[in-house]
Ligand binder design. Structure first.
Ligand code: AMP
Length: 190
């Protein structure tokens, strides 16, 4: 199996890139943000809970997110592997993911990170907010809070995967196709 964590700050282009890469490598793309948004749209119990946090740009609690992620993986039987997009976002989530995959006889092959400067990201998110319908993309205060969550809780995961020798940074600035090619170079080796 090829299990890859596609990593990067909000607006780095994880979702866009995952859409191309999942086809190229025949992998299942799990975006925890997309799963939450689907649940919000369908007004499920999980959706109602997640909405409170997402509307503010806060992270959804680990316990809820980890349970949801495991259920998403279990929904897929025998597959080539997964692209995890937006998960893990905390050290607890990374530890839980490792334990879960070990139990299933598999592992994370690598964290592939899109590296983009913050100023560029705020511009990108505000631009995306004009068409995405995502309320967390239209308000600069919420965007800044998402970055704050990223810096205080998520960025540390770089070291977590580096310690396993599994961190691969990729320049996330350029055309979508060029960035896909850069990511593919890393995916090929994993
Ligand atoms: P995203 O679509 O990845 O930008 O995620 C949108 C929002 O969903 C985040 O700002 C969080 O509120 C929530 N979310 C998505 N993934 C996670 C996660 N792994 N842990 C906690 N909250 C998450």
């Amino acid at each position: 199996m090829k299990n890859i964590v596609l990593f990067g700050p909000p607006g780095a282009g994880k979702g866009t890139q995952a859409t191309s890469l999942k086809k190229k490598y025949n992998l299942i793309h799990i975006s925890t943000g997309d799963v939450f948004r689907f649940n919000i749209k369908n007004e499920t119990e999980l959706g109602l809970l997640a909405k409170k946090y997402m509307d503010e740009g806060d992270l959804v609690p680990d316990e809820v997110t980890i349970k949801m992620l495991k259920a998403e993986v279990e929904k897929n039987g025998d597959v080539n592997g997964f692209i995890f997009d937006g998960f893990p976002r905390t050290t607890s989530q990374a530890i839980a993911l490792d334990a879960f995959l070990t139990k299933k006889g598999t592992k994370i092959n690598g964290m592939v990170a899109l590296e983009v400067a913050e100023d560029l990201l705020v511009e990108r998110l505000l631009e995306r907010g004009k068409t995405s319908g995502r309320t967390d993309d239209t308000d600069e205060v919420k965007i800044r809070n998402r970055f704050n969550e990223y810096k205080t809780k998520t960025a540390v995961l770089k070291e977590y995967y580096q310690a396993q020798g599994n961190y691969f940074g990729v320049d996330g600035v350029g055309s979508i196709d060029d960035i896909t090619d850069r990511l593919a170079e890393v995916f090929d080796k994993l």
